[in-house]
Unconditional design. Structure first.
Length: 335
């Protein structure tokens, strides 16, 4: 078994999941301002450190995706952030793409950039202590989108990124996110997501990426947020499983879903049902941002010095998702 496979299994094995704390400074500023907290490097670190030093980092969180600012910060205990996370029993990771930009040839779609200079940046992150990385491609659903151009160009970028990451002894998280924004049906989402994932693996295989040493981070199959034809959580789980069984090669050790705009409860309930029905060998876990942090952030904003209270909220959410990653969650367990 390869070392990369061991790292992947440590991150999402035994019900553990990933805390996506890789919000850019701009995104984190919006999050903090929305709850009335001034966005400074110190405040951004204070909130994140509260999460990184919580007990659920040992019990529930196998990996933390960081942003460039955060991975280079020093904790209040005068240790590196990567060391704080490692000491808690989790693995530090890093977002390495530089964002989605307008796609030349299809200006209503996006291409994720960041390949220039990536090899050198990866070496630096590895020295700091990163064990895995993340790169996100984004796709819109309309009658005409995602286009073949968007599907192929983003898949190519994800594959080149993954090859470079494995060359540097880290596990790449491959995140092709078909956005839930729009009026599309769940059936449309199923078809487009299938097209996107199939093309991603075609490119990954062409680039000789070791599929045993990656983690796939896809969206669940959902109707658009403006769709009049919503489907039940049960249908979400069954369609999501069907899509992944048809599109993901068996060598892939596991799948860590993004929450993609779902509420905390929805993201947990859907993950639980996916695991109830999971008849594959794939680990089905979570890589959530807002769906892990939002309640903790709201609580923290009322008194930013109440670290223990904030951690209690976060620990509960993490535990609920770890139970869901094992198919053992129920609504009765919620506060």
């Amino acid at each position: 078994m390869s070392e990369l496979n061991n790292i992947a299994l440590k991150i999402i094995g035994k019900g553990k999941g990933i805390l996506a704390a890789d919000e850019s400074t701009g995104t984190m500023t919006k999050r903090l301002e929305s709850v009335g907290v001034l966005s400074t490097p110190e405040n951004r670190l204070m909130f994140r450190e509260a999460l990184f030093s919580s007990t659920s980092m040992t019990d529930c969180i196998g990996g933390v995706i960081l942003y460039d600012e955060t991975i280079k910060q020093i904790s209040s205990k005068k240790t590196k952030i990567t060391e704080l996370i490692s000491d808690m029993g989790s693995l530090p990771g890093i977002k390495v793409d530089t964002g989605a930009k307008v796609l030349a040839g299809s200006p209503d779609e996006k291409i994720t950039e960041g390949l220039d200079g990536l090899r050198d940046r990866l070496k630096e992150y590895y020295k700091i202590g990163a064990k895995f990385t993340k790169w996100r491609g984004v796709y819109n659903i309309t009658k005409d989108f995602p286009s073949k151009l968007a599907i192929s160009s983003n898949a190519h970028a994800l594959a080149r990124y993954s090859a470079l990451v494995q060359e540097c002894y880290m596990v790449p998280i491959v995140e092709p996110e078909v956005l839930m924004d729009g009026e599309h049906s769940a059936e449309d989402c199923y078809e487009k997501t299938s097209n996107v994932i199939e093309k991603c693996f075609e490119e990954l295989i062409s680039h000789k990426v070791d599929l045993k040493g990656i983690i796939l981070k896809p969206n669940m199959i959902l109707a658009g947020n403006k769709s009049k034809n919503k489907i039940s959580n049960d249908e979400v789980a069954k369609l999501t499983l069907k899509c992944l069984k048809n599109c993901v090669p068996s060598e892939v050790p596991g799948i860590a879903f993004l929450s993609g705009g779902q509420s905390e409860l929805e993201a947990t309930e859907n993950l639980n049902l996916i695991n109830k029905y999971n008849d594959t060998k794939f680990i089905m876990s979570y890589s959530y941002g807002r769906a892990l942090q939002q309640s903790a952030l709201k609580f923290w904003s009322k008194d930013i010095k109440d670290i223990k209270g904030t951690q209690k909220i976060f620990n509960h959410r993490a535990k609920m998702n770890t139970l869901a990653a094992q198919g053992n969650w129920s609504k009765g367990l919620e506060i």
